[in-house]
Design a protein around this ligand. Structure first.
Ligand code: DX5
Ligand code: ZN
Length: 220
């Protein structure tokens, strides 16, 4: 795991009418990754975007597309999101009947593999797969919507995973997603997160000054 903090702004809080321009602005503002929340109205109650939109956004930046799939069943969409330009593909273990198979489908496309845990999902869901994954995304809100309140009860899970990863000397990034703001960003880093996702803080604080908000989350 890299010790430098990376910021992955979620375009869920961007203006969907001009996503391309928003991504160019995030790139200029110093975003490390671009977090793309894909929702299907089934695994989560909200619906967002599909592979065709990701494909059209791909030329806007060379930054890493950090694609968070909140869709079920997930396997049948991995190829299309890969071909659309995803770099990291993160799925929820509850969205597949066979976690091993989903991991290999992502690897077969040459993409980095992430597994995401909802606030109530146990670490046990992924302990057998640690050797094969690149990233763990800890949800600190119930997936589905931006602008929700951070759930501090997920911090012990983050610390536990950090400890397991360090003990096993694994190279797994720990990403936290949901309700991240200037007040809690230090706490989540101290608990072990090295990638911070943020939608509403980046797009709405300080009159939408993306650079200032990204810098504050990174350094705070
Ligand atoms: C929620 C998404 C998050 C969300 C983060 O299901 O996975 O990425 O957009 O938005 P904020 O930072 O507003 O909680
Ligand atoms: Zn997300």
């Amino acid at each position: 795991m890299s010790s430098t903090i990376k910021i992955s702004p979620s375009i869920l809080s961007a203006n969907f009418g001009k996503l391309g321009e928003e991504i160019i602005s995030l790139d200029k503002a110093g975003a490390d990754y671009i977090h793309v929340d894909v929702m299907d109205g089934h695994f989560v109650p909200n619906i967002t975007i599909g592979p065709e939109v990701v494909k059209k956004l791909r030329p806007c930046t060379k930054k890493i597309f950090d694609v968070h799939l909140m869709i079920s069943p997930v396997d049948q969409y991995i190829k299309s999101f890969s071909e659309a330009g995803a770099d990291i593909i993160t799925f929820h273990p509850e969205a597949t009947p066979n976690i091993e198979k989903t991991i290999s489908l992502i690897k077969k496309q040459g993409k980095k593999v992430g597994i995401s845990l909802k606030p109530k999902s146990s670490v046990d869901l992924l302990t057998n797969h640690l050797e094969k994954i690149d990233l763990i995304l800890i949800m600190s809100v119930e997936p589905g919507f931006g602008g929700q309140k951070f759930m501090p009860e997920v911090l012990p899970k983050l610390k536990k995973l950090k400890k397991i990863i360090s003990e096993k000397k694994l190279k797994i990034d720990l990403e936290i997603d949901g309700g991240i703001n200037f007040e809690n960003c230090k706490t989540v880093k101290e608990a072990g997160a090295n990638i911070l996702v943020s939608g509403s803080t980046i797009f709405k604080e300080n009159s939408g000054n993306l650079k200032k908000n990204i810098d504050l989350l990174r350094s705070g």
